[in-house]
Design a binder for this molecule. Structure first.
Ligand code: PLP
Length: 392
């Protein structure tokens, strides 16, 4: 239903969106046809059920299955993940990123199947691994870097990719892995949380599923939890939809509407935050107390070569290590413009000592830094000042 500049009336969801710029795409994503005296983006529809007489023959019936506010958001995300694909790509929204991830894993895998997870991915994956194993699913792991998951593909049902990986920021070649998986009949899912659909498009790189937490940069204000699954195959989508119905991990209409509203600024936020991340990485490169500096968009970074081939934006997360835990804690306490908080992707910069969680294999002084939308000079100045202030 996008009536984008080259779409025209009646263009249909996602049609006419190929080739237009990301900013235009973002501000118009998922908008319904103009209706006289109606708002551009209709407000949230609060309903548990809808009027329904006679046999249910499609359309809105019960709100665990469908909601008009989700429908618009799902179209919007689909247009961003696969511009121009129209009805060929279906998107399903969930209550959180983990709800979306679990929906793909648990709808596709059966006892006796094998799944390949990254061993350096999101910190809840080890818990997921325990649960999968308890259900009789074999879990193999391999690192993201060097496309190491290739070596354990044989006989698997599903390959789970997270690139750039969180928090290590390693990158793998999605197209190469997806081709190898396809040749062996292995399904491919890519966690697109860190990159966002404006950073990379997993479905175009050959994945069956693009899955993400919308809690991070996609919505960008640190005030809602959301997840989604975008998929090009109708049967696969139907099985994920069935799982959502069974588990009921659905977003509230208010969250869905806020998310849609937030998408309009995605390109502005992403461009500013990515530029800030790069500026920060460049400023940190010269500091003697900083080791293990990683940013996929920094020339010379181990991820840079592949990232610049498959990504259109490199994300807002920078990671680095300070000499000790105490130094890292003093650094975080000395920051004035950066909140000490977990998560990433918000318009306000955040940073944390990742080791405090205990789940990631990182040094005690490891900092995950999420660049916000502050003025670049203010942000870099604050970080360099805090580094100075935290020296013994
Ligand atoms: C945050 C995150 C998730 C989980 O998302 P929630 O919305 O917190 O459930 C999954 N994958 C990655 C890479 C994440 O950063």
């Amino acid at each position: 239903m996008n009536s984008g500049p080259d779409g025209g009336p009646g263009a249909g969801a996602g049609n006419g969106t190929a080739g237009i710029g990301d900013g235009t795409l973002a501000v118009r994503a998922g908008l319904p046809e103009p209706v006289q005296h109606e708002p551009t983006l209709p407000g949230p529809v609060f309903a548990a059920h809808y009027h329904l007489s006679g046999d249910p023959t499609g359309g809105y019936a019960y709100a665990r299955d469908e909601n008009p506010t989700w429908t618009l958001l799902e179209r919007a995300i689909g247009e961003l993940e696969a511009p121009g694909a129209g009805e060929d790509v279906e998107t399903l929204v969930f209550a959180s990123g983990m709800a979306a991830i679990s929906a793909v894993l648990f709808s596709q895998l059966r006892a006796g199947d094998t799944v390949i997870l990254p061993d350096d991915g999101y910190q809840v994956l080890p818990l997921v691994r325990e649960q999968l194993t308890a259900y009789g699913i074999e879990v193999r792991t391999a690192p993201t870097a060097g496309d190491a998951q290739l070596d354990v593909l044989d006989g698997a049902k599903l390959l789970w990719i997270e690139t750039p990986s969180n928090p290590g920021l390693d990158v793998c070649d999605v197209r190469r892995l997806a081709e190898a998986a396809r040749a062996r009949g292995v399904l491919v899912a890519v966690d697109n949380t860190l990159a966002t659909p404006l950073g990379q498009r997993p479905l175009e790189l050959g994945a069956d599923f693009a899955v993400a937490s919308g809690t991070k940069m996609l919505t960008g204000h640190g005030d809602i939890l959301l997840g989604y699954v975008a998929c090009r195959d109708a049967e696969l989508t139907a099985s994920v939809r069935r799982w959502r119905k069974i588990v009921g991990a659905i977003p509230g209409p208010m969250e869905a509407w806020l998310a849609h509203r937030s998408l309009a600024t995605l390109q502005l936020r992403a461009d500013r935050q990515n530029a800030n991340a790069l500026a920060l990485a460049e400023a940190l490169r010269g500091r003697p107390e900083v080791t293990g500096l990683r940013y996929p968009g920094l020339p010379g970074d181990p991820s840079y070569a592949i990232a610049s081939r498959q990504m259109r934006r490199f994300g807002c997360v920078v990671s680095f290590t300070l000499p000790t835990r105490a130094r890292a804690e003093r650094f975080l306490a000395a920051l004035r413009l950066v909140d000490d908080a977990t998560s990433f992707g918000g318009v306000r910069s955040t940073a944390e000592r990742r080791g405090r969680w205990g789940g990631d294999d990182v040094p005690e002084g490891f900092i995950r830094f999420s660049a916000g939308a502050e003025d670049p000079r203010d942000l870099v100045d604050d970080v360099l000042r805090a580094l100075d202030a935290s020296a013994e």
